[in-house]
Design a binder for this molecule. Structure first.
Ligand code: AHR
Length: 316
């Protein structure tokens, strides 16, 4: 189900729920992945600010990109008897046991952003997030059009084992499978960070004698792409001009890079998830339990053509 279909009503009704939730002082534990990217920082800020506006008591934990920290945080929320737990899981595996513990304690769990790989879907109520596979397909489709279906690509993957890295790759490769002259020739993880993207791109530049024959860089997020841009410029290359640059997130610095001519496309991942997920949690706690397992937030494609408008709308 698309978020726009039914969340419109929920968001419109959120005002009424603010008063109700403030009165009942709901406590939610949020186990965040880390602060590896500008997108993640914006998402954490949104979750904290929206909780405050809605009168929700939020217990926030930053796992610093370590799954053991996230598991610890969830166990601590269970011990504190919070009303509900939201998790943005670092990687898809390793969640069954702790989810069972939350279920045994009668604490509902909601997934925000990333997914878990569990055979027992009853262990969480719902996941509210974008479709990462679609993001990969949108990036691939943009590149197929921009390169006229002929392109040697280097890929900067996100955190190994994470839902966005797995699904963006799959979606991108699904488009490539339709174009025999489009190929990924090098691929490595930069862990979703600017420094990781820079380091991996430096090694790609060396291995390909200055990106010879390379037509595009596909990065699973903007921060790695921003790192790649730095590495390419330091090597005397011209990202966005000699090499097509496509990535995912739509963070402000990527719009600035597009306006400077250093990047060509970013698929936007919306970071304002609080307005969608908190009303669902509050409704659940009031007794509405029949949620779809996945509520999708739409993704938009941005290029230099609309970069200035987007930045202006966002007030930057
Ligand atoms: O899970 C979403 C991804 O995580 C974002 O694309 C990336 O920037 C973040 O680190």
């Amino acid at each position: 189900m698309r978020v726009t279909k039914w969340l419109g009503g929920l968001v419109a009704g959120a005002g009424m729920m603010l008063a109700a939730s403030a009165a009942s002082a709901v406590t939610i534990g949020f186990a965040q992945t880390g602060s590896e990217s500008d997108w993640r920082t914006a998402f954490s800020k949104d979750m904290q600010e929206t909780a405050k506006k809605m009168g929700i008591e939020l217990k926030f934990s930053d796992a610093q990109q370590k799954e053991e920290n996230q598991l610890k945080a969830v166990r601590s929320f269970i011990a504190q008897r919070v009303d509900a737990i939201i998790i943005a899981p670092l990687v898809v595996s390793g969640w069954d046991q702790v989810l069972k513990e939350a279920k045994a304690a009668n604490i509902p769990v909601f997934l925000a952003d990333r997914d878990v790989d569990t055979p027992d879907k009853s262990l969480f109520v719902t996941r509210i997030s974008a479709d990462f596979n679609l993001e990969g397909r949108l990036a691939g489709a943009w590149l197929a059009a921009a390169s006229k279906g002929s392109c040697q690509i280097v890929e900067l993957q996100g955190t190994v084992g994470s839902a966005p890295a797995i699904e963006r790759k799959k979606g991108f490769e699904a488009v490539l499978s339709l174009f025999p002259d489009m190929k990924i020739v090098k691929s490595q993880s930069g862990d979703f960070t600017t420094s990781g993207g820079k380091e991996v791109m430096e090694s790609f530049i060396k291995a390909t004698n200055g990106l010879q024959g390379i037509c595009a860089v596909f990065a699973h997020n903007d921060n790695m792409q921003l790192g790649a841009i730095q590495a390419m410029k330091e090597a005397g290359l011209h990202p966005g001009k000699d090499v097509l640059m496509v990535s995912v997130d739509g963070v402000p610095d990527m719009f600035k890079a597009m306006l400077a001519g250093d990047a060509n496309c970013s698929v936007e991942l919306k970071s304002d998830i609080g307005q969608y997920i908190y009303p669902v949690v509050l409704e659940y706690l009031k007794g509405k339990h029949d949620w779809p397992k996945w509520v999708k937030i739409p993704s938009d494609v941005h290029t230099p053509a609309d970069a200035a408008d987007v930045l202006k709308k966002r007030g930057g």
